[in-house]
Design a protein around this ligand. Structure first.
Ligand SMILES: [Zn+2]
Length: 105
């Protein structure tokens, strides 16, 4: 059966909320993408460099970007896209709870 990966694309912000990341689509936030500090020379993001959209995020300071599947890879360490899809299905189906990440102050 073919997987419809578009199914969870627009649930990125919802997933980020489950992770404890406060954001709203079409607003910029402090970068929450792992590796931001390393890629910007250890700099803390005080400039709200990360643009959040309905289906993707982009940080213009560290250059990293991604959709809901990339976010699952960042936060759950799941590299396989089909497994990412299955993970999101369990999360949004209420079968598994995701652990919140601690946001930097
Ligand atoms: Zn960043």
């Amino acid at each position: 059966m073919k997987i419809d990966y578009s199914k969870y694309k627009n649930r990125l912000v919802e997933y980020l909320h489950l992770k404890g990341i406060q954001c709203t689509a079409r607003h910029n936030v402090r970068c929450f993408i792992p590796g931001h500090a390393e890629k910007t020379g250890g700099k803390h993001d005080d400039n709200f460099s990360c643009a959040v959209n309905e289906d993707y995020v982009y940080c213009y300071a560290c250059g990293q970007h991604g959709d809901v599947y990339d976010a699952v890879q960042w936060f759950e360490n799941i590299a396989n896209k089909k497994e990412q899809f299955n993970f999101l299905a369990s999360v949004f189906g209420g079968e598994v709870a995701v652990s919140q990440i601690k946001q930097q102050e």
